[in-house]
Design a protein around this ligand. Structure first.
Ligand code: 5GP
Ligand code: ZN
Length: 113
């Protein structure tokens, strides 16, 4: 728990969020500024700054994030979706606690801007 970190606080329940799934290690919650009809984030409760901060001990945790994305997407009524991790400010990262975006419910263009 990093007391300066927004997503650590959401993970600890200190800041409210619209939760879609939670267990001891992970939390899925709706993005506050959705970019698609379905847009939620999956975070580990453990503070990891970004994808480049993922260690060997975290490999199973990151795999669980992906499996959870599929389950919550299905519960949200979508079968097609995009998973995004932004790593670093130039890539669009604004919250420096690793998070997986799950986006769907509309047609998504590729490549991204
Ligand atoms: P990033 O740009 O770092 O990849 O994504 C951060 C995401 O977190 C953004 O899509 C932003 O809308 C979302 N976000 C920022 N602050 C909050 C918040 O307090 N609550 C929720 N639910 N989402 C947030
Ligand atoms: Zn954090």
């Amino acid at each position: 728990m990093n007391s300066d970190c927004l997503f650590c606080k959401i993970g600890a329940g200190e800041i409210p969020a619209e939760k879609l799934y939670e267990d001891e290690e992970l939390l899925a919650f709706r993005d506050i500024a959705p970019q698609a009809p379905v847009h939620f984030l999956i975070i580990p409760k453990k503070h990891i700054q970004d994808p480049s901060g993922v260690g060997e001990d975290d490999e199973a945790l990151i795999g669980r994030m992906m499996r959870t994305a599929s389950k919550v997407a299905e519960k949200s009524g979508i079968s097609d979706y995009r998973l995004v991790f932004n790593n670093g400010a130039e890539a669009g990262q604004t919250v420096f606690h690793i998070h997986m975006h799950v986006l769907g419910g509309r047609s998504l263009s590729w490549p991204p801007g």
